[in-house]
Design a protein around this ligand. Sequence first.
Ligand SMILES: NC(=O)c1ccc[n+]([C@@H]2O[C@H](COP(=O)([O-])OP(=O)(O)OC[C@H]3O[C@@H](n4cnc5c(N)ncnc54)[C@H](O)[C@@H]3O)[C@@H](O)[C@H]2O)c1
Ligand SMILES: O=C(O)C[C@H](O)C(=O)O
Length: 325
Amino acid sequence: MKSPVNVAITGAAGQIGYALAFRVASGQMLGPDQPVNLHLLEITPALGSLQGVVMELNDCAFPTLNKIVATDDAKVAFKDCNVALLVGARPRGPGMERKDLLLANAQIFSAQGKALDAVADRNVRVLVVGNPANTNSLIAQRNAPNLNARNFTAMVRLDHNRALSQLSEKTGVHFNNIRKAIIWGNHSATQYPDLHHATVDGKPALSLVDQKWYAETFIPVVQQRGAAIIKARGASSAASAASAAIDHVRDWVKGTADGDWVSMGVPSDGSYGIPAGVIYGFPVTCKNGDYQIVQGLSVNDFSRQRMEATHKELLEERDGVKELI
Ligand SMILES: NC(=O)c1ccc[n+]([C@@H]2O[C@H](COP(=O)([O-])OP(=O)(O)OC[C@H]3O[C@@H](n4cnc5c(N)ncnc54)[C@H](O)[C@@H]3O)[C@@H](O)[C@H]2O)c1
Ligand SMILES: O=C(O)C[C@H](O)C(=O)O
């Protein structure tokens, strides 16, 4: 039997947390042969509700769930954690942009970066889901100077999956046969969903759809999907966000499929002219528990303009939280 992996989930009694905890506990993230200890963090007033989540988790009798720690103390939740899923933060409501959450949520990520730095496993893999995810990830990273900076990532996988879903609907081809979509940049309305390298049943995606649909329907629909869900549900996406978080960490730890890549928000190494350090959505492949940014892709003027626009927004967000990083 493998020894358990410690997985911390913040905001565990919230919408996403409630979907995520059960999927992690049941082995859908790290595999059916990998026991997990769940470390669940909530704010003090939500501890009662968190206790209900713990009761339900126990009642599932998952073979892969070894132990649960439920706490309102970040240093207890992050103690020796190997994977940290930073979900706990305020979601936006109708009419807000994700960056409107910046000041409301930034303090959470500076405090949690410090707590991770103090007590987490030195190779902890961090996924920030709480919005604005890229900038919150940067804040956590900058507050954790003793951890591996590469391991601070942000979630653009939901956008990636949304791109697959839109292209599948348009072409009538199942997502399983669509490869190499890319989400560049910020998890926001400036993200750039790029189909120039994508294939559908082995054919170039852009040879199957017209440019007008790509530029005027596909791109804005993917960029605005979060707002469309808030409008339809009256609450921000939760099960699909939890599912994307599972996909992100599973692929990072267990590897991406041959001949494909996924999109992850990761610290730039200067690839594609994006200055080093910015946490930016890139196409990546994963192997042996590590990720690599896919190199050598051609970038035309259409793409370059959009990649720069989303980078510019990230710089503006960073300027807004200067004192925390
Ligand atoms: N990156 C993405 O693709 C993506 C997708 C969907 C939602 N989100 C974001 O995820 C975040 C959570 O969304 P939700 O719908 O689960 O919200 P929610 O309000 O249902 O749950 C958030 C939970 O976090 C808890 N919380 C607040 N501050 C905390 C702290 N300091 N420590 C621990 N827990 C804390 C709250 O008590 C609450 O239970 C939001 O910021 C939302 O915008 C991101
Ligand atoms: O859009 C939001 O505010 C929630 C989330 O980031 C999403 O993309 O669904």
